[in-house]
Write a protein that binds this ligand. Structure first.
Ligand code: GDP
Length: 177
């Protein structure tokens, strides 16, 4: 029998950076160009990664700021994180480090599987954050990174492949899989 692996992924980031659009594009293959502030929602999507089948449970969140306490459901039992900012917002980029630090603090660990996502990569003329800054942040945090556009469907699947990659490389090094 084929073993199906279940992985829980939380999508966090500042408000309106494109978290829901990213998840909706990935799960439902659609982009809606109007802004509805997200009610927290869970999605399920099956993917294959390195010949294994995975069931991803993806938690789309309402959006965080530096003052919002991390909710327990986004820390306990979560295997991997997708931390999203908008390439058109330096403030949202700075939230990524704040969020990662909050997660580490909450979980009492020094490392978490995570992918840092520069969303809305189609907004060329409003760009405030360079790709090189993203790469630097990712390296400093032992994270994977990618720029995406949910609107143009660029690198959307890649986000979740990378997240599973980050989860699996830690599991295999701990041999607790
Ligand atoms: P969330 O609050 O982080 O979940 O953000 P949403 O997914 O609701 O997106 C906020 C706004 O940004 C909406 O008006 C979206 O249409 C828009 N948006 C989301 N993703 C993209 C993208 O890839 N490109 C562009 N140009 N706009 C986007």
């Amino acid at each position: 029998p084929v073993e199906v692996k279940r992985r829980k992924i939380a999508v966090l980031g500042a408000r309106s950076v494109g978290k829901s659009s990213l998840v909706k594009q990935f799960v439902e293959k659609q982009f809606i160009d109007s802004y509805y502030p997200t009610i927290e929602r869970a999605y399920v999507k099956n993917i294959s990664y390195k010949g294994n089948e995975y069931v991803l449970e993806i938690f789309d969140t309402a959006g965080q700021d530096e003052f919002s306490p991390l909710k327990a459901q986004y820390a306990i039992g979560i295997h991997g994180y997708v931390l999203v900012y908008s390439i058109a917002s330096t403030d949202s980029f700075e939230m990524v480090q704040i969020l990662r630090d909050k997660i580490l603090d909450y979980c009492g660990v020094t490392d978490i599987p995570c992918v840092i996502v520069g969303a809305k990569s189609d907004l060329h003329s409003s760009r405030q954050v360079q790709l090189s800054e993203l790469e630097k942040l990712a390296e400093a945090n032992n994270a994977a990174c990618v720029e995406t556009s949910a609107k143009d469907d660029v690198n959307v699947g890649r986000v979740f492949q990378l997240c599973v990659q980050e989860i699996e490389r830690r599991l295999s090094s701990n041999q607790t899989a």
